[in-house]
Design a protein around this ligand. Sequence first.
Ligand code: ATP
Length: 364
Amino acid sequence: MSIQVENIRKSFGAFTALHDISLDVPTNQLVGLLGPSGSGKTTLLRIIAGLERADGGRVLFNNEDVTHLDARRRRVGFVFQQYALFRHLTVADNIAFGLRLLPRAERPSRRDIRDRVRELLSLVQLDNLAGRYPAQLSGGQKQRVALARALALKPEVLLLDEPFGALDAKVRKDLRRWLRRLHEQISVTSIFVTHDQEEAMEVSDKVVVMSQGRVEQMGSPLQVYEQPASRFVFDFLGHINSLEGLYDGHNWRSGDAFLRLDTQGACPDGALTLYLRPHEAELAAAPTEAAHLPVRVAGRSVFGGTVTVELEPQGWGAEVLEVELDRVRWDALQPDRQPALYLLPRRLQTVTCDGDLGPQVAPA
Ligand SMILES: Nc1ncnc2c1ncn2[C@@H]1O[C@H](COP(=O)(O)OP(=O)(O)OP(=O)(O)O)[C@@H](O)[C@H]1O
């Protein structure tokens, strides 16, 4: 089932929560709605579900207009952050609940319901817990029950609102991998809301980045990360170091530091900000002809094969910079024995004085 959202608008009193949102979700894709708190993700999801009315625009399922169709008749499965399981029902009865409520003509036989519940329990890997009550489950298990319950009526559209929001980091990580695999096993078109960049990037086929009720960019996780459409998208997807300086057409300078950059005429002379992602730099014992950025190590933390290093610029810049270095290369550099260290960016994103993104550049 494909989903099209066309020019959806929604206001709450004088406040516009959604400005003219359009997006296409192809059949069986898993799309992540990503954005900061208040950007309109939940409102959009609720409009797609039919739980909220839009002020304008249309929602189409398989090219059929469902804008005015009641939520129950849209046949969507819904999973919220809060599990909302029935406390007095066992896991199996929670999953069977929607099937048992169907009108007699549509309701499967008791045996078929039992088989369907068994099938769903196996899908969400909870075969052994059918007889437990929600209070006897962990948060991650409860959320898998909620998902099984949402899938019981074989929806073609699954909408998930921060489904792993209330869980701790490790469980979240396991569950999102599990959701990705599950999505490959079943035929369903899913939209899930998250404000967690890593989650959206890891799980989604496509990411929709939202800000202040608008879509900033829609694309594959790699596209939005590598080719951000706006400064907001660049800022929002992961940590950045911001280097402020002046550009003269050849060199970017800040105090004692410089970078030789060819912006191919795209950046005028004057103030030029450079964004540097933590993983797009090296540290060296000597500067190069194209990069002279003296730094001092102010802190470090080792996690697996990566060392995250805090660097204080020496004689330029004010802010502490954060870079992520390969641990083997870091050890080989023997940073504590070096009289001076230099940052060598591999790739930088230019931000022009009017705040737009310019070209990506490398010192050369
Ligand atoms: N029923 C309502 N009445 C008034 N304002 C509302 C209502 N629902 C949402 N809003 C406002 O609309 C904006 C978008 O809210 P929404 O819940 O869609 O954002 P969100 O991106 O899902 O945020 P979060 O990640 O915090 O859940 C917010 O400013 C919110 O305060």
